[in-house]
Design a protein around this ligand. Structure first.
Ligand code: ME8
Length: 511
C-alpha cells in the first residue's frame, strides 16, 4: 500500500439481523460502496465497513419466537446479509459483527475506561423504552394515545420501565457538542438535519443516557457488575473502531482512524441523534478522534408511505434481481435518488432510468461512434489538433462536465454527479447531430477529428460510470481497447492516437 496516499474510511450502519434487509438498507450500502469506489479512483487508500448489530432485547425476543439459540439465530440472519451483498456484487473490507470476540474486548475496555474516568454512575431508570428501536424516549417526546405511549418517528409502542441502570453523564457535554456543531458546520451532510438536531436536542441540556439494561441477557455484560448488559447503541456505535482493532491497538485502527485523513459514516436520518450527538460525545469523552462527516440520507418510501411490515409494502432487494442485473439496480439507486430528501420508489422507475440514460443516451452514443470508426477506419485513428468552434465547444463540455462530476461527488451530491455524466452524453449525441459525420466519408481527415473527440467523450463517461457500474464499464473498456480507466487521463485528448478500436456488441440492450 502506498504510504503517501490519503486514507478514507467509510461505513454503513450495522443492520439489525432481526428482520430481512429491504431496499432501504440496499440504498445506504450501495451509496457507501459507490463513494468507496469513487475515492479509490481519486487515489485514496480506502477501507469500507458494513456489518450486523446482533445484541439486544429485540434479537433475543425474535430468537425465542423461533425457538432458536440467540447465536444460531444471528448467524443464520447474518449469513443472509452476506449472501445479499454477494449477489449485489457489493464488496467490503470489514464485515463487523457485535458478537465477535474483538468487539467484546473493545466494549469491555471502553466501559472500564468510562468508569475509571468517572463518566458513568449507577442510578434508577424510570421511563419509556422502545424495544423495536432500542431507544429511550423522554415522556415529553412520546406520542400519547389511549393511555399508551408511542415512538415519535417509528410509531412503535413504548414500554414503561423502571430498573437499575448505569448512566453516562451526557448532560456535562451539552456545551461541548453545541460548540462542536458551531465550529464544524459541515460535519453533517444536510443542513436540514443539523438544524433539527440543534432545535430538538441542543436547545436544552442533554439528558444523561442510560447505558445498561438488566431485564434481558443477550449482550455484553459489564465485567464488574454482570447483571448489567451494555446498552445496544453504546455496543453498536463502537463497532466502527472495534472492527479496526481498537482494543488491540491494531495498525488498521492507527492508520484509518487515529491518524486517518477522512472518516465518514453513512446513516439514515432516523439514527442521526446517535451518530451526530452521542457518538462524538462518547469519543471525545475518551479523548478519541471524531469522524470527519456524517452523511445522513432521507428514506426510501413507496406510494403507501414509509416501508413497514404492517403496511405490507416492504420491497425485498432479492425480488428486484429477478428482473434486473445488479448494476442496473445500483445505478438507479445511486444516480436517481437524492440524499437529502425522501425518495418514492417504484420498480418501473428502474426500467425508465435504464432506458433513458443507459440505452438511449450512453448506449446510443457508443454504438453510433464505434460503427463509424469501423466503417471508415479499418485500423485506428490518428490524433490531430483542432480549432473548429464546434470541436472546441464539445471538448470544453467534456472537461466541464467532468469537473462538475468531481465537484458534486466531493460534496456528496451523488445523483447530481451522475446527472453531469448524462448531460455530457446528451451533448455528445447533439455534437454528432450537428457535425453529421456520416456525410464525411469523403473528408476522412475531418471525420478522424470528430471521431477522436467522440472516443474521448465516451472515455470520460465510462470513467464516471465506473464507480457504480464496474462490470458494464469494463465491457466499454474492452471496445475502447484500454486496460484501465483513470481520472487523470480524462482530459488528455491524444490517448486514442493509433489505438485499435474493437467491434461493439450492444452494451445496453433495450428492455
Ligand atoms: O438502526 N430508507 O439498524 P437497522 C432508507 N442497528 N434507508 C433505510 C430505510 C429506508 N426506508 N430503512 C432502513 C439500526 N434504512 C442500527 C444501526 S449503527 C451503529 C446501528 C437504512 O437495521 C438506513 O441506513 O434498523 C437506516 O439508518 C438503517 O438502514 C437502519 O437499519
Amino acid at each position: 500500500m502506498n504510504k503517501n496516499k490519503k486514507t478514507f474510511y467509510i461505513t454503513t450502519p450495522i443492520y439489525y439481523p432481526s428482520g430481512s434487509l429491504h431496499i432501504g438498507h440496499l440504498f445506504s450500502t450501495n451509496l457507501a460502496w459507490v463513494i468507496k469506489n469513487y475515492k479509490i479512483k481519486r487515489n485514496y487508500d480506502v477501507k469500507f465497513l458494513t456489518g450486523s448489530d446482533e445484541h439486544g432485547q429485540k434479537i433475543e425476543k425474535k430468537a425465542k419466537e423461533l425457538n432458536m439459540e440467540n447465536k444460531d439465530y444471528v448467524d443464520m440472519q447474518t449469513n443472509k446479509f452476506i449472501d445479499l451483498w454477494k449477489l449485489y456484487q457489493i464488496d467490503y473490507d470489514f464485515f463487523s459483527r457485535t458478537t465477535n470476540l474483538e468487539h467484546r474486548e473493545c466494549i469491555i475496555k471502553i466501559f472500564n475506561d468510562m468508569l475509571e474516568k468517572k463518566l458513568i454512575y449507577k442510578s434508577l431508570y424510570k421511563g419509556l423504552y422502545s424495544i423495536e428501536d432500542e431507544e429511550f424516549i423522554p415522556e415529553t417526546q412520546a406520542i400519547k394515545k389511549d393511555n399508551n405511549f408511542y415512538h415519535p418517528i417509528s410509531n412503535h409502542q413504548l414500554e414503561v420501565i423502571e430498573e437499575e441502570s448505569y448512566f453516562f453523564k451526557m448532560k456535562n457535554f451539552t456545551k461541548w457538542i453545541s460548540d462542536f456543531f458551531d465550529n464544524n458546520p459541515n460535519f453533517i451532510v444536510g443542513q436540514k438535519i443539523t438544524k433539527e438536531l440543534k432545535n430538538n436536542f441542543l436547545e436544552h441540556d442533554l439528558n444523561d443516557l442510560s447505558i445498561t439494561r438488566i431485564s434481558f441477557s443477550w449482550g455484553i455484560p459489564v465485567p464488574s457488575d454482570p447483571k448489567h448488559i451494555v446498552y445496544v447503541w453504546l455496543d453498536a456505535l463502537f463497532n466502527y473502531i472495534s472492527a479496526l482493532g481498537y482494543a488491540q491497538n491494531d495498525t488498521n485502527y492507527i492508520k484509518y482512524w487515529k491518524e486517518g485523513n477522512e472518516i465518514i459514516h453513512v446513516v439514515g436520518k432516523e439514527i442521526t441523534r446517535f451518530h451526530c450527538i452521542y457518538w462524538p460525545i462518547f469519543l471525545h469523552s475518551l479523548n478519541l478522534r471524531i469522524p470527519s462527516k456524517i452523511l445522513a440520507h432521507g428514506w426510501i418510501i413507496t406510494s403507501e408511505g414509509k416501508m413497514s411490515k404492517s403496511k405490507g409494502n416492504v420491497i425485498n432487494p432479492l425480488d428486484l434481481l429477478k428482473d434486473f442485473d445488479p448494476e442496473i439496480i445500483k445505478y438507479y439507486f445511486a444516480a436517481k435518488m437524492s440524499i437529502e430528501n425522501d425518495n418514492v420508489f417504484d420498480k418501473k422507475f428502474i426500467l425508465q432510468a435504464y432506458n433513458a440514460d443507459l440505452v438511449n443516451t450512453i448506449g446510443n452514443l457508443i454504438s453510433r461512434t464505434i460503427t463509424m470508426v469501423h466503417k471508415n477506419f479499418s485500423q485506428s485513428i490518428k490524433f490531430k489538433q483542432t480549432n473548429d468552434e464546434q470541436d472546441l465547444f464539445i471538448i470544453a463540455s467534456i472537461n466541464n462536465h467532468f469537473d462538475l462530476y468531481i465537484k458534486y461527488f466531493d460534496q456528496y451530491n451523488i445523483n447530481l454527479a451522475f446527472d453531469a455524466m448524462i448531460e455530457l452524453a446528451r451533448d455528445l449525441n447533439k455534437y454528432i447531430d450537428l457535425t453529421t459525420p456520416w456525410k464525411l466519408t469523403n473528408d476522412l481527415s475531418r471525420l478522424e477529428i470528430i471521431l477522436n473527440i467522440l472516443l474521448n467523450g465516451i472515455y470520460a463517461i465510462t470513467a464516471m460510470l465506473e464507480p457504480v457500474m464496474p462490470n458494464y464499464s469494463k465491457k466499454i473498456q474492452n471496445i475502447l481497447n484500454i486496460s484501465s480507466l483513470s481520472f487523470e487521463e480524462v482530459k488528455k485528448m491524444e490517448k486514442f492516437d493509433q489505438i485499435l478500436i474493437n467491434k461493439s456488441d450492444i452494451i445496453f440492450p433495450r428492455k
